[in-house]
Ligand binder design. Structure first.
Ligand code: GAL
Length: 373
């Protein structure tokens, strides 16, 4: 049923977009009234990298929706290199698109490039990650990033029975890439839940990472969201601080790419599922991690159905082009240092072994076959 609903929603989305695009082309004559300086039907889409699984899905789905709705698109991936993304965005701006959709690598690095977009009246939507330190971003669409971390923290509390007074447990916290604006929200959401237990001694951090407050998140950040860097960091921590039979009980991993590296480290250090395998969090429901959840090597992931984010952004693109009111549902949470950016926040969802089927397969995100179910 859920899959049918999703298909119906997607078709309805395309039909409504197509209808309006048709009308916007008729509006091309007086493009200034259609909310953007450009006369073309081009939409620029800038994604951070192909090496992190989700962005491939994000880019493909959004491009597919916009093409089906009659827009022309240019979709670029920047291999997690900030300079490359700036050049890509500058090239897109030279093609004078109606709207730029940007999932930034470093949200603080795009201000100068977006100056030119503003001069050409090109509207800019920040996709998933906020663009900072510039007035030249018009809207932001993402999942509730603070809630992602909060769900991870609450899961750990429940799983360990911390709220029932259990403990102490050995915790190893990790945070996302230091240049990613989302990473601090993920960490704050989790740390606001877990820190009271660290303060009470129910959670101990043998690696001694200094985390007096969530502002210290960069002390445990893993740049580029790299699985390899997370794996070697975990190796170091186990080698240095887990001797004499001491065991890791829980790992706060902000997303799946880090969790994968951490799981490979634990495996290489002899940890066994069902014996001494720790509680491990994640995010994104990447394929390998979803399989690890089914195999008991990861406890949960916070799923963000990237299709719904693409749907929402495609709708916002169309509203901009049509010159109608752009749908937002949060006009207070995201101050980018220059202004509060009107945002649309989507709800993240916890997925565990028990509901991989109902949430990820029945909704059509994965086939049962792909997960070996
Ligand atoms: C974050 C994003 C997460 C995760 C991470 C690494 O900004 O919100 O879903 O994918 O980047 O790509």
């Amino acid at each position: 049923m859920a899959k049918k609903l999703r298909v119906f929603a997607a078709v309805a989305m395309v039909v409504s977009l197509a209808a309006t695009t048709a009308c916007s082309s008729s509006r091309d004559e007086d493009s200034s009234s259609s909310g953007s300086g450009s006369s073309s039907n081009l939409i620029g889409i800038a994604m951070p990298t192909k090496s992190l699984e989700r962005w491939n899905n994000d880019g493909a789905h959004l491009e597919d929706l916009l093409k089906k709705a009659g827009y022309t698109t240019t979709l670029q991936y920047a291999d997690n290199k900030v300079d490359q993304q700036i050049t890509q965005i500058q090239n897109m701006i030279n093609q004078n698109p109606k709207v730029l959709v940007v999932a930034s690598i470093d949200g603080t690095a795009l201000g100068p490039a977006l100056e030119k977009a503003a001069q050409q009246k090109i509207k800019v939507i920040a996709y998933d990650r906020l663009i900072n330190s510039t007035a030249n971003v018009d809207y932001y669409a993402t999942f509730d990033n603070y809630q992602v971390g909060k769900l991870q923290g609450e899961y750990v509390v429940k799983q360990l029975g911390l709220d029932a007074g259990k403990g102490p447990f050995n915790l190893e916290p990790f945070a996302g890439s230091s240049d990613d604006n989302n990473a601090k929200f993920f960490f704050s959401g989790a740390w606001d839940v877990l820190k009271p237990y660290v303060d009470s001694g129910k959670l101990v951090i043998p690696s001694g990472k200094k985390l007096a407050s969530d502002a210290d998140w960069k002390n445990v950040s893993i740049d580029g969201w790299s699985s390899q860097k997370a794996q070697s960091e975990m190796d170091n921590r186990i080698n240095s601080f887990y001797t004499g039979g001491k065991k890791v009980d829980v790992v706060l991993s902000p997303n799946d790419s880090l969790a994968l590296g951490i799981e490979q480290s634990l495996e290489s250090k002899g940890y066994k599922v069902g014996a001494d395998w720790p509680v491990i969090t994640g995010q994104d429901a990447d394929l390998a991690n979803t399989k690890n959840i089914l195999a008991g090597k990861q406890s949960m992931t916070v799923w963000k159905d990237t299709r719904t984010l693409g749907d929402q952004v495609a709708k916002m693109v169309d509203q901009i082009v049509k010159g109608t009111t752009v749908e937002t549902n949060d006009t207070s949470s995201y101050n980018n240092g220059v202004k509060v950016v009107p945002s649309y926040l989507l709800a993240p969802v916890v997925v565990t072994k028990d509901d991989v089927k109902t949430k990820l397969v029945d909704s059509g995100f994965y086939t049962a076959d792909k997960l070996g179910l």
